[in-house]
Ligand binder design. Structure first.
Ligand code: ZN
Length: 281
């Protein structure tokens, strides 16, 4: 046997995928595998210029996309989670929080900000998947509730951008209470006649889908987003049937009447502004 024979299979990289450029200069799309210059990718609102794959973004990127000149005032920026249940899994919950803060540079899975969008004031709450899977605990619920309060007080529209694996298990029942709290706050917004738009991004699942994410005056989504409550495996086992193709994609959900429309991220700001101008003074 030759010294240089390659015995392992599946480790051949096709030429077009070989990286020759330094990291950070090119973005490789996880969907079509084609490369785009990072500057061009950013100018394209972080959507693939070849296949329109929408890259997963955090709150800062959405704030930069939506607020005029990327300027905003963050509300409750330092609200941090307590450990009401003294929860321990593979590590203690407070340790997990500290570690995640260090890794993500965030203090929890949601940020709320007020700013101007095409000349009109708006409050936006946006979830961050990079913080314990965008899970909804007490801080996420409270920040959203206070964001709604801000909209109520100033009579300005509220936009929620969801991206979440669902309720945060480390806060168990306290997480579930956030569903009721945010829903009750949204009812106050509705009574005051102030618009609420819910944007569902990839992925939006669990208790988030089952509460504020589906309560918008308009429920809209980014193309290709996974949207659901329970995962497909559990549903399949429960109903004992094979699931249709594209099950739980934004396109499937739209076809079945759960969404008002799907919006390309490149048009998000313009569409948001014209929609709000139509329904609100
Ligand atoms: Zn692509």
């Amino acid at each position: 046997m030759s010294w240089f024979q390659r015995t392992g299979k599946g480790i051949n990289t096709p030429t077009e995928l070989k990286r020759e450029a330094p990291d950070g200069l090119w973005y490789q799309c996880p969907e079509c595998k084609q490369a785009t210059h990072t500057r061009e990718h950013k100018q394209n609102s972080f959507t693939c210029i070849h296949c329109n794959y929408h890259e997963k973004l955090g709150s800062e990127a959405y704030f930069q996309l939506l607020f005029d000149e990327g300027k905003y005032t963050e509300l409750d920026a330092n609200m941090r989670s307590a450990d009401p249940l003294e929860f321990v899994d593979t590590k203690a919950y407070p340790d997990r929080i500290v570690q995640t803060e260090k890794k993500s540079g965030l203090v929890d899975a949601c940020r709320t900000a007020e700013g101007i969008m095409h000349g009109k004031a708006i409050t936006i709450s946006c979830m961050d998947f990079g913080f314990i899977g965008g899970s909804m605990g007490s801080v996420v619920g409270e920040k959203i509730a206070r964001g709604i309060d801000n909209s109520l007080k100033k009579k300005i529209p509220f936009l929620m951008i969801s991206k979440s694996g669902g309720a945060r298990m480390m806060e168990a029942g306290f997480s579930l209470m956030q569903m009721a709290k945010t829903s009750a706050k949204l009812a106050l917004l509705d009574r005051a006649g102030i618009p609420y738009i819910s944007l569902l991004t990839d992925p939006t699942t669990g208790g988030v889908t089952a509460s504020f994410a589906m309560l918008g005056d308009f429920n809209i989504a980014e193309p290709g987003s996974l949207i659901g409550f329970a995962g497909p495996r559990i549903i399949k086992e429960t109903i004992g049937k094979d699931l249709p193709k594209d099950f739980q994609t934004a396109e499937f959900i739209l076809d079945h009447g759960f969404l008002d429309f799907i919006v390309d991220r490149k048009d998000l700001k313009d569409k948001m502004a014209s929609l709000l101008a139509m329904i609100y003074k």
